[in-house]
Design a protein around this ligand. Structure first.
Ligand code: AMP
Ligand code: GLY
Length: 422
């Protein structure tokens, strides 16, 4: 079978790596991929958002399955466009991807179906939003409605910060049309948990839990990033909480989407917060998380290609797979200065030494080949990932691994997975 994976970051490297282990998969293409993906798949220079280009490539190369991994092509309707040409595609259709594409949609959905989330108001004019924040309790959370590269959420501690966020989003359009409407919501507190789930609209099968570290520096200091590291499982997500989430959040979300005529087939990502009033939804994503995928898929004991096909054919309840016990940790090696200003093009060394430790896999995010050398090509460069019999051993191993890797101005957090919650 020939598979095409759309995307080119650490998440896609992990998906390609896992698909390559399937006996049914003979050849993998990746659009556009990166240098690490290029070692196990054929990278094709088509942008992940180029719907026409991807459809044309899949048609011409008789691709058996196309996996659309990132949010923007899903929200643009890439899966619909592929299906229209009779090409099998994994991922939600446009009318279901809206669960991530519009925060106004997802908040209304949760309200309508009684799914626990923060209280909120929607504004389509800056004037009304500015008036509202004058009396809103602080901190207050301001979210651009649409996709904003993970940067569209501002936690305003003062009225001035709230005003600035509203003006930036609604008047200065720093996120383009994504800021035409804003959601202003209640500030919640508690540890965060990410749960990714396979669903075909009939069956909901959550994967093992994970936790992301969004801030750039240790102790959650510095700016928000695309994710500086992840670990699986979460230290607080026990069976009781999993059951609570299944009954109050996961199944009700699947049923709500069905009732709306927007059946969701693919990976549904639940961004959760364990508040003192129970678990609440912070956000939905319509896809695998990055870098959560890097710590979840290495624990999957089963055939990802088979699972993708079962989701498409609505027989997810029939596939057999399990999850490896113990833990998995991914520490991101970023370019110095990320997420603000950083240089690219530095040579990367030591990946083989890290992987030679055993149970360590280095997933590439922003890398490229230049004059026969592996060089940095993005803010987040690598995700050094380790599996072990326990979370603490996985942490140790991932750090042993990352110490072998180097490039100029490399930066990584030293506390991934360490924080313990009472
Ligand atoms: P999002 O892009 O929706 O994942 O939001 C980014 C981050 O903002 C989340 O991971 C949370 O840490 C934080 N956040 C979002 N909504 C809230 C909220 N209502 N209360 C507290 N923190 C929030
Ligand atoms: N790790 C968060 C996300 O994928 O959006």
């Amino acid at each position: 079978m020939k598979v095409l994976v759309v995307g080119g970051g650490g998440r896609e490297h992990t998906i390609v790596w896992k698909l390559a282990q399937s006996e049914s998969v003979d050849k993998i293409y990746c659009a556009p991929g990166n240098a690490g993906i290029g070692q196990i798949a054929e990278c094709v220079p088509i942008k992940a958002t180029d719907v026409e280009g991807v459809v044309k490539f899949a048609e011409e190369n008789k691709i058996d399955l196309t996996v659309v991994a990132p949010d923007d092509p899903l929200v643009l309707g890439m899966v619909d466009a592929l299906e229209e040409k009779g090409i099998r595609a994994f991922g939600p259709r446009k009318n279901a991807a809206i669960i991530e594409g519009s925060k106004v949609f997802s908040k209304k959905l949760m309200k309508k179906y009684g799914i626990p989330t923060a209280h909120y108001e929607v504004f389509d004019s800056a004037e009304k939003a500015l008036e509202y924040v004058k009396s809103a309790p602080l901190p207050t959370v301001i979210k651009a409605e649409g996709l904003a590269l993970g940067k569209g959420v501002i936690i305003a501690k003062t009225e001035e910060e709230a005003e600035k966020a509203i003006r930036d989003m609604m008047e200065d359009k720093v996120f383009g049309n994504a800021g035409n409407r804003v959601v202003i919501e209640e500030f919640l507190t508690g540890p965060e948990i990410s749960v990714l789930a396979f669903t075909d609209g009939k069956t909901m099968r959550p994967m093992v839990s994970a936790q992301d570290h969004k801030r750039a520096y240790d102790n959650d200091e510095g700016l928000n990033t695309g994710g500086m590291g992840t670990f699986s499982p979460s230290r607080i997500y026990d069976e009781k909480m999993a059951e609570e989430c299944m009954n109050n959040i996961f199944l009700p979300t699947m049923k709500a989407m069905n009732s709306e005529g927007r059946t969701f087939k693919g990976v549904l990502y639940f961004g959760l917060m364990a508040t003192k009033d129970g678990v609440k939804v912070i956000e939905y994503n319509c896809r695998f998380g990055d870098p959560e995928t890097q710590v979840v898929l290495p624990r999957l004991q089963g055939d990802l290609f088979e699972i993708f096909n079962a989701v498409i054919d609505e027989r997810l309840d029939e596939v057999e797979y399990s999850w490896r016990e113990g833990g998995c940790v991914c520490v991101v090696a970023a370019s110095g200065g990320y997420p603000v200003k950083y240089d690219k093009g530095y040579e990367i060394t030591g990946i083989e030494d890290a992987e030679a430790l055993g149970d360590v896999t280095v997933f590439h995010a922003g890398t490229a080949m230049k004059d026969g050398k592996l060089v940095t090509a993005g803010g987040r460069v690598l995700g050094v990932t380790a599996v072990a019999g326990s979370l603490d051993d996985a942490i140790k191993k991932a750090y042993e691994g990352i110490e072998k890797v180097s490039f100029e101005k490399m930066h990584y957090r030293k506390d991934i997975g360490i924080k313990k919650y009472n």
